[in-house]
Design a protein. Structure first.
Length: 155
């Protein structure tokens, strides 16, 4: 995008279509807000959904479902407890994102130094998705438990 702006060649027609779509989405969101709807169309969320690759849609959906479930669990809790749960869930999710980025950097070092993409593969191969799925399920349960906690435990 930056290269297209500074060096030319940016498809301005597509930029215009995106801007028009954003105006429509904002208009729909304002209309939903005026009707008091609990369903909203935040333009940033729609833009992220359009911009990010499709393979990230499932983790984002799962994260949203976990957040929705945790909010429902805390619905009858006092406002302070709800705010604490939301803050804890957000910090946990942000930590997961940061941790993933740092681990990716650390894992890149031996791959670049040795020059073999499979240098970190256990037993030399990637045969089964089950360990990754089990770890994903464990992280999802941990995120839910952290977000639905009503109070901070003393440390």
């Amino acid at each position: 995008m930056a290269q297209g702006v500074f060096e030319g060649g940016l498809p301005w027609g597509m930029v215009g279509i995106g801007a028009a779509l954003a105006v429509v989405i904002i208009g729909v969101d304002l209309w939903l807000e005026s009707k008091g709807s609990t369903f909203r169309t935040p333009v940033l969320a729609v833009a992220v959904g359009i911009y990010l690759p499709f393979e990230l849609s499932v983790p984002i959906l799962f994260g949203g479902l976990i957040a929705h479930r945790a909010v429902r669990k805390l619905r009858d809790a006092p406002e302070e407890a709800r705010a604490t749960g939301e803050r804890r869930g957000l910090l946990f999710a942000a930590g997961l994102i940061t941790g993933e980025a740092l681990v990716g950097i650390v894992m890149a070092v031996p791959i670049v130094v040795i020059g073999d993409r499979d240098v970190l593969a256990l037993f030399g191969a990637h045969h089964s998705p089950w360990p990754g799925l089990a770890l994903l399920l464990l992280v999802m349960v941990a995120l839910y438990r952290v977000a639905r906690a009503k109070t901070l435990s003393p440390s």
